[in-house]
Design a protein around this ligand. Structure first.
Ligand code: AMP
Length: 328
């Protein structure tokens, strides 16, 4: 079945002279890598086609994958095939002009609660959207061309979205497709330097997170990053959101959560939820969020909601611990 949908997508791509690729708000390695990787494959294979990624967002640590395109007139969108990658629902598509496109394809690995598009290829068990783009290339190696730049972008998302190939969704197929990308000639030393070198100041911030983290009765580790703390450490919002990673390996904490004040007029607080062994997405879904079983996001607006979400997560951990064995 999946080969059929991949074939249908390739057929659609062949039909169009213009292709516009879209991703989600709040850039990460997977949405940037998958969009840029597919664009590079399409440009190498079909040099006569125009391929655009138009997105106002920028991210310092992902900038090594190169800039996006300048915006174009609405007529260009209207004649284009739109491909949205790694974006579960339409509200999260960063460039809302995707609606102008003549036809739309959804390629995604999130739980498919909000189907959209004329064609849809969703594989929830894939560890990243980049893995799907690698699989797309893998299925049509005789028809598609790839470059080491494309492979680097795709490999980047495979690495970042799978926590360096550690998360549950990683399969033998993930590794085979990662191998296929490595075969194209990726400078992994340079790539990992881009992704993982830390600034001195960011480590100071990490030590603040360790100092301020809280523990709930049944083992939810959490951190609250106020706007004042972001100012104190001179952090961008995106940098502040990385606080979640400091909490990921605490024995007995099956769930860890970061609350980050956005500083907007709605006083939005972004919530990042992560878990090990147990699912946490149901809690996220009760607070305007969703995502994967063990990696979800949500949005809250008040301290009461912060406490309520923490309480719900604590109850979920309690229930899991009472009914399961073997967790750590
Ligand atoms: P994040 O903490 O932002 O990295 O999000 C973890 C996962 O949850 C990602 O796959 C996101 O796409 C997804 N996610 C984050 N926020 C939301 C939301 N408000 N609604 C649905 N999914 C979300």
């Amino acid at each position: 079945m999946n080969l059929d949908i991949k074939e249908a997508i390739l057929k659609k791509i062949r039909e169009y002279d213009r292709i516009m690729i879209f991703r989600h708000i709040r850039l990460d390695g997977d949405c940037v890598g998958s969009t840029k990787g597919l664009k590079a494959i399409l440009q190498a294979t079909f040099p006569e086609k125009e391929v655009f990624i138009i997105d106002e967002q920028v991210s310092d640590y992902l900038s090594f994958m190169g800039p996006d395109d300048e915006d174009v007139a609405d007529e260009i969108y209207q004649s284009a095939l739109g491909i949205v990658i790694d974006t579960g629902n339409e509200e999260r598509i960063s460039n809302q002009k995707y609606k102008l496109c003549k036809e739309l394809i959804k390629i995604d690995h999130h739980i498919n609660r909000s189907p959209y598009g004329d064609l849809m290829w969703v594989e929830e068990e894939r560890s990243s959207a980049c893995e799907m783009i690698a699989a797309f290339y893998g299925a049509f190696q005789d028809q598609l061309k790839i470059t080491s730049r494309a492979a680097t972008c795709i490999f980047t998302g495979m690495v970042t979205d799978s926590g360096r190939f550690r998360y549950e969704g990683v399969s033998g197929d993930t590794m085979r497709l990662a191998g296929l990308m490595l075969d194209q000639g990726i400078d992994t030393e340079l790539l990992y330097a881009h992704l993982y070198l830390k600034d001195f100041d960011s480590l100071k911030f990490k030590s603040y997170v360790y100092d301020q983290m809280q523990l709930s009765p049944h083992g939810v580790a959490s951190i609250y990053i106020s706007k004042a703390a972001q100012r104190e450490f001179d952090l961008s919002f995106e940098e502040a959101c990385t606080a979640i990673s400091a909490l990921e390996a605490i024995r007995g904490c099956l769930c860890w959560i970061a609350f980050i004040e956005s500083g907007d007029e709605m006083e939005t607080i972004r919530v990042r939820l992560r878990s090990r062994f147990m699912a946490i997405n149901q809690v996220a879904e009760n607070y305007r969020g969703g995502g994967h079983a063990c990696a979800s996001g949500a949005t809250v607006y008040t301290q009461e909601e912060v406490q309520s979400l923490l309480h719900d997560a604590d109850q979920a951990v309690k229930e899991y611990k009472e009914t399961h064995e073997g967790w750590m």
